[in-house]
Design a binder for this molecule. Structure first.
Ligand code: NAD
Ligand code: MLT
Length: 530
């Protein structure tokens, strides 16, 4: 029986997710709930797959020790605890499970907005201190107030819906989504400065990036509307923590509701500790039964799908396929890997560039994965198992190997074709190939029609079109105990240049190749192992 795919669940995951993995019959699960860094470093080398939440960190040293790891899935959205470039370099697929906790996180943002508006946490603390401070906790009404939503992705949109339900005026800002895609929200799409100057509440729902870090800082506090209340359920550091404390002291900010912090858990000197206007929660956005269940199911199903069919749903460093397209693309995928490998071996010198031109029905598909499969194929003869679909583009770039693809406008009824122009800097070759349900085939090389499957051991010969070629080559191979599986011939013109492609059962020994090359009618010959 084939060995099962070993998956470590290093952090807490809803049992239903664990059951999905176990019931797949494909996966051996090690569910540890909590794993210290030392333990992770010690054991990670034993697993093919890893599931984490926010506690475990997959940093450089962990990746280095992950000798057989093929996939990491973050049960949640944020992947700031995963070193994605290091994973990609090592060919490890990184995925997240982004959809399951959006609603709960949006609700947490709304909950913090209510808490800030009505000072509920402070009033609750006062009551538990057996006080009755009715006049101290006068609040503000939300209806009619303006809320600015920065980041209109999954969670931002959920917040917008709820704010509209509360009869608030909603301003939105997201420079990466085309305006027309947001118009259905029926909110005012505006600049960030408009939000700063007009909003009574601001809530951020972006990742922490160079453009969002310190979005509100000591330098721009004076752009904010006086009395604004700020909410962050996205990532610590989008608001500069010291600036928030300063803004509250200066009376510019009336309150902040934070679920996330620059450091988690924060150090004792975190600037907002001890400030009454700051309502703080320990990263609870996704901490509901419903979100945890959804995220666990999403994560486990993605892992099973990956193990079963190689599809990486929600991958952050691997081409994502529509599973419905897989059936059509599968033979092309295999063809691209094989033709890429053929291309790397057929040239006289190392390949420097490969340009693929697609035409026919195939151009209606997502072709990026095919370009990556070509890169993998080109690099496989040199790198073997070290290269995969995740790291192939990186390795190609490192080696100054240019691999690109274009499409030619063509009618959908035209047969699908891929034309590759290969160059080694000195010479070029043009290879045409196609694929269908029966598999992939090369159908022409340098304008000479010759049809063969790019697989196994191949003797590729460029020769003068003269009599005796086939007989002599057959005898030569036979005398050397090399069995011929099939032989394909093609020529540009009678008596001109011809192509002879011989599929053989085993590798062709170097002395046999030397004898072939010594024949006066041989222009070029190569043994190619695919
Ligand atoms: P998403 O990818 O669906 O949306 C993020 C949006 O931010 C995108 O539309 C993007 O275009 C936009 N954006 C990026 N840079 C921007 C900028 N400079 N200005 C304005 N918009 C910008 O992500 P999501 O699922 O909505 O998650 C949003 C954030 O919430 C992430 O940081 C995620 O890690 C965090 N999160 C937190 C919790 C929690 O427990 N507190 C739970 C889930 C997600
Ligand atoms: C996330 O990125 O999904 C959130 O931070 C939630 C979490 O993992 O707790």
């Amino acid at each position: 029986m084939a060995e099962k795919f070993k998956v470590l669940i290093a952090d807490n995951l809803d049992q239903e997710g664990v059951d999905i993995l176990n019931n797949s019959g494909l996966i051996e699960v090690d569910y540890r709930k909590k794993t210290s860094r030392e333990e992770l470093l010690e054991i990670i080398g034993n697993y093919d797959g890893l599931i984490i939440r926010s506690a475990s960190k997959v940093d450089g040293p962990v990746v280095e020790k992950a000798a057989r790891l093929k996939v990491v899935i973050r049960a949640g959205v944020g992947v700031d605890n995963i070193n994605i470039p290091a994973c990609s370099q090592k060919g490890i697929v990184v995925m997240n499970a982004p959809a399951g906790n959006s609603v709960s996180t949006a609700e947490q943002a709304i909950a913090l907005m209510f808490a800030l508006a009505r000072k509920t946490p402070q009033a609750n603390a006062s009551m538990h201190a057996k006080q009755w401070e009715k006049s101290k906790f006068n609040g503000t009404q939300l209806t009619g107030k303006t809320i600015g939503v920065i980041g209109l992705g999954r969670i931002g949109k959920e917040v917008v819906k709820r704010a509209i339900g509360l009869q608030m005026r909603v301003l939105g800002f997201d420079p990466y989504i085309p305006r027309e895609n947001l118009e259905y929200l029926q909110i005012e799409l505006c600049s960030i400065d408009d939000i700063f100057s007009q909003a009574d509440f601001i809530t951020v729902h972006t990742p922490l990036t160079e453009t969002t870090a310190n979005l509100i800082n000591r330098g721009n506090l004076n752009k904010l509307k006086k009395g604004v209340r700020l909410i962050n359920c996205a990532r610590g550091g989008i608001y500069e923590e010291a600036a928030l404390a300063e803004g509250i002291r200066q009376g510019i900010i009336a309150g902040v509701g934070l679920d996330v912090f620059v450091e988690e858990p924060p150090k004792p000197d975190m600037p907002l500790y001890g400030i009454e206007e700051a309502v703080l929660t320990p990263h609870l956005g996704a901490s509901t039964d419903e979100a945890q269940l959804e995220v666990a199911k999403e994560t486990a199903n993605s892992m099973v799908e990956f193990v079963k069919s190689g599809v990486a749903r929600n991958s952050l460093n691997f081409p994502t396929f529509d599973p419905a397209e897989m059936g059509v693309l599968q033979p092309w995928f295999q063809l691209c890997e094989q033709v890429g490998s053929f291309a790397a071996q057929v040239m006289k010198k190392p390949l420097t560039s490969l340009q693929a031109e697609f035409r026919g029905e195939i151009v209606t598909r997502n072709l990026k994965p095919l370009e990556i499969a070509l890169s993998k194929g080109v690099l496989t003869p040199a790198l073997g198992d070290e290269v995969n679909l995740v790291n192939a583009p990186i390795f190609a770039k490192d080696r100054n190997l240019s691999i690109s693809s274009t499409v030619v406008e063509s009618s959908a009824s035209e047969p699908s074709r891929m034309k590759l122009t290969l160059s080694d800097g000195d010479t070029t070759k043009v290879v045409v190939a196609t694929a269908d349900g029966t598999g992939g085939r090369i159908i022409a090389i340098n304008d000479i029609s010759v049809e063969f499957k790019p697989e196994g051991h191949i003797l590729y010969i460029h020769n003068k079109d003269v009599p005796k070629v086939v007989g002599e080559l057959g005898t030569l191979l036979g005398d050397s105990n090399v069995n011929i599986g099939s032989l394909q011939l093609g020529r540009a013109s009678k008596g001109g240049v011809a192509l002879t492609v011989i599929s053989v059962d085993d590798a062709v020994p170097a002395p046999v190749l030397d004898k072939i090359r010594a024949k006066e009618y041989i222009l070029e010959s190569k043994y190619i192992n695919l």
